[in-house]
Write a protein that binds this ligand. Structure first.
Ligand SMILES: NC(=O)c1ccc[n+]([C@@H]2O[C@H](COP(=O)([O-])OP(=O)(O)OC[C@H]3O[C@@H](n4cnc5c(N)ncnc54)[C@H](OP(=O)(O)O)[C@@H]3O)[C@@H](O)[C@H]2O)c1
Length: 336
């Protein structure tokens, strides 16, 4: 089979295609013909040594894949040949609290990921994908959609009447916008691009702020919410956005601390955090239970993942470069 391996983290030249033996499923495992993977910021962050968690050279990269079951090992009861499945981001987090070592066992960081033609995983590490989605669409769910849903529902559930702030137009943020609208919440969005601002409005954002033209956008969010602030912030910027997020959050609201896109910045001012009277909640993606919730939402609502572009398997490097350019809106996918 064909697979990619990330031999080093210096440049895209380190992403190499190779020919490997097709794996065989053992007891409790399924063999998947991978049909699509989606890229996440972590995949390009590893390349620039910007990824804060441990990661090893030489692995098959990427965490998110969807495909078709083509063989099953003994004692596999939940899946049969021909089933369409999507993988978990944390292969051994099924529900409840995250197991202690999940972040040290990630696909593409400590274990082989999904950018290959065939993959064997435990039957516990996949779920049936929604019937109404293509493989390319389902491949966007394991990280970005699960993270967005966790941000809105992991603790206090966002509901009609709430206001959610999203930052930028990447994969997590656009899913958060779509889910917030499904829940009946209104959305304020930030972006650096006038063209993307228009698309954000089409996706249901009621207000859009250009964070480059208005670097102190937290004040503007306060004005737009009659001084109250927003109920939830899907915080993907990190050190460079947290100060404005602390200005924008309402007392009793929650900053779902997700990302580090804007790594340059002063970080957290303790008194600003304390004085915000808000909850600051860092978390890592979500469990199998959350992926199942996301699949159910995708099956029952009329939203579809926002895919910016689909690349063919042989063009995986171009897909990485496209994500790295930041010009995308939503998700970047590779067909396998
Ligand atoms: N903790 C977790 O569970 C978890 C899960 C998923 C992702 N993450 C992290 O969350 C972040 C987002 O991931 P992703 O895959 O959605 O990224 P992505 O698709 O690569 O997002 C790129 C977009 O981010 C926006 N952006 C960059 N700097 C920004 C800033 N200072 N303020 C606002 N927006 C900014 C830009 O939007 P515009 O072009 O519109 O300006 C850019 O197009 C990454 O740091 C990722 O590692 C964490």
């Amino acid at each position: 089979m064909k697979a990619y391996r990330l031999l080093d983290f210096r440049s895209l030249d380190d992403l190499q295609q190779c020919e490997e033996e097709t794996p065989r499923p053992q007891r409790g495992e399924v063999l998947i013909r991978v049909r699509a993977v989606s890229l996440n910021y972590r995949d390009i962050a590893m390349l620039g040594n910007r990824y804060p968690l441990s990661h090893r050279k030489g692995l098959v990269p990427t965490s998110d894949g969807a495909g078709e079951v083509v063989d099953v090992g003994p004692d596999v009861h939940d899946f049969k040949i021909g089933d369409r499945v999507v993988g978990l981001f944390h292969a051994r987090w099924f529900g409840g609290r995250m197991p202690m070592y999940s972040n040290q066992r990630g696909y593409g960081s400590e274990n082989d990921g999904w950018l290959c033609e065939f993959k064997v995983v435990s039957q516990e590490a996949v779920v049936h994908m929604p019937d109404n989605l293509s493989f390319e669409e389902a491949a966007t769910l394991p990280c970005a959609a699960v993270t967005a849903w966790n941000a809105l529902s992991g603790t206090a559930q966002i509901r009609a009447g709430h206001t959610v702030l999203i930052q930028g137009t990447g994969g997590v943020s656009i899913f958060a916008l779509q889910f917030a609208r499904v829940l009946g919440a209104s959305v304020i969005a930030t972006t650096s691009s006038a063209a993307k601002a228009e698309r954000l409005r089409q996706f249901g954002a009621s207000e859009v702020i250009n964070y480059q033209e208005e670097p102190h956008w937290g004040e503007r969010v306060r004005e737009l919410t009659q001084g109250k602030g927003v109920d939830r912030i899907v915080e993907v910027g990190g050190p460079g956005t947290i100060a404005e997020s602390l200005r924008a959050i309402a007392p009793g609201g929650e900053i779902a601390s997700i990302g580090f896109l804007s790594a340059q910045g002063a970080g957290i001012d303790f008194l600003a955090l304390f004085g915000s009277l808000a909850t600051f909640r860092p978390f890592s993606v979500g469990s199998r239970e959350t992926l199942e919730d996301v699949c159910a939402i995708m099956a029952m609502s009329n939203i579809k993942p926002a895919i910016d572009r689909i690349f063919e398997f042989n063009d995986a490097r171009a897909a990485y470069a496209h994500l790295d350019s930041g010009s995308h809106f939503g998700k970047v996918v590779v067909r396998c």
